[in-house]
Ligand binder design. Structure first.
Ligand SMILES: Nc1ncnc2c1ncn2[C@@H]1O[C@H](COP(=O)(O)OP(=O)(O)OP(=O)(O)O)[C@@H](O)[C@H]1O
Length: 277
């Protein structure tokens, strides 16, 4: 069962880009350790692409390079046809490249609703001058944001925790809140880091349904790191497998699952669910 619907994105210059993200020979070294070693692949617009690989394969490091938290030692990142390797994480976020974290990064004292309102980029309430000069407009915008945050919370079945401090939510609810934050931004590509980790079965289904809905109805493209192969199989039309910093194989889930190199890469680890030993 795949999403994998191709959808081009207007680039603003009248052309349509079918490739959302291109990684060209990315290398990331930490001192003497090469965490990512000449890794390159593309993510198609409208796809849900899975990034798998054994522990230490370099997946999270690659996410950090894509999101701009790390400047690669070598290689280039292109987003919607534009080189973004030197852009800050903020500039990437404003272009619609949004990431979530394996361990959610909520503001734990703020309510779930306030966390979402903060995620909406570019509201005039952020500017002191705007607060003084256009008080009425700012208030109206805040009311609009509040309504949008409540609608997002409702759609994630989190309406009942809107006023609670985000720090008190369960692990799964925090993951949903992270996805909710992407819904408050103008996301085009969402990088999801282990959305299934530590989440119970019911919430896992909610998270999967949300990802599928955002992909189909809102046109979000997803690149997701996940060790839960059931989730990868159910969601991802395309799978990329890394090992020891390199691209090992990419393709449909079944082809990747049955590739002997993948089984060998996972040797010595718990063979992932869905991969026949
Ligand atoms: N900031 C850092 N400084 C030094 N080494 C690092 C740093 N970040 C990651 N590494 C190393 O780079 C390698 C790749 O780590 P990374 O976290 O990217 O792997 P991963 O595929 O995401 O693993 P996992 O599935 O276990 O989360 C590991 O050997 C790790 O110890």
């Amino acid at each position: 069962m795949t999403s994998g619907r191709l959808r081009g994105w207007g680039r603003g210059d009248g052309r349509v880009c079918a490739v959302m993200l291109e990684l060209e020979a990315i290398t990331m070294r930490f001192g003497g350790l090469t965490a990512v070693d000449g890794c390159g692949f593309s993510v198609e617009a409208g796809s849900i692409t899975g990034l798998i690989g054994p522990n230490g394969a370099g997946k999270t490091t690659l996410f950090n390079v894509i999101a701009g938290a790390l400047r690669p030692t070598a290689g280039a990142v292109r987003f919607l046809g534009e080189a973004i390797t030197r852009l800050s994480p903020d500039a990437r976020y404003r272009r619609g490249l949004v990431r979530t974290f394996q361990i959610p990064h909520e503001f734990h004292r703020l309510s779930a609703r306030e966390n979402l309102m903060l995620a909406a980029s570019g509201q005039s309430g952020e500017s002191l001058a705007a607060n003084w000069l256009r008080w009425g407009a700012v208030r109206a915008e805040e009311a609009g944001l509040r309504g949008r945050a409540d609608a997002v919370l409702d759609s994630l079945n989190l309406g009942h925790v809107a006023d609670l401090p985000a720090g008190g939510l369960s692990g799964g609810q925090k993951k949903l809140l992270e996805i909710g934050r992407t819904m408050m931004s103008d996301a085009r590509l969402v990088l999801l880091d282990e959305p299934a980790a530590g989440v119970n079965r019911t919430l896992l289904r909610d998270i999967e349904a949300t990802i599928r809905r955002l992909n189909r109805e809102h046109g979000y493209t997803f690149l997701l790191i996940e060790h839960d192969m059931g989730m990868i199989e159910r969601l991802c039309g395309h799978v990329v497998c890394m090992a020891e910093g390199r691209l090992l194989i990419e393709g449909g889930f079944a082809a990747v699952r049955n590739d002997p190199r993948v089984l060998e890469a996972y040797l010595g680890e718990r063979v992932p669910v869905g991969v026949d030993a």
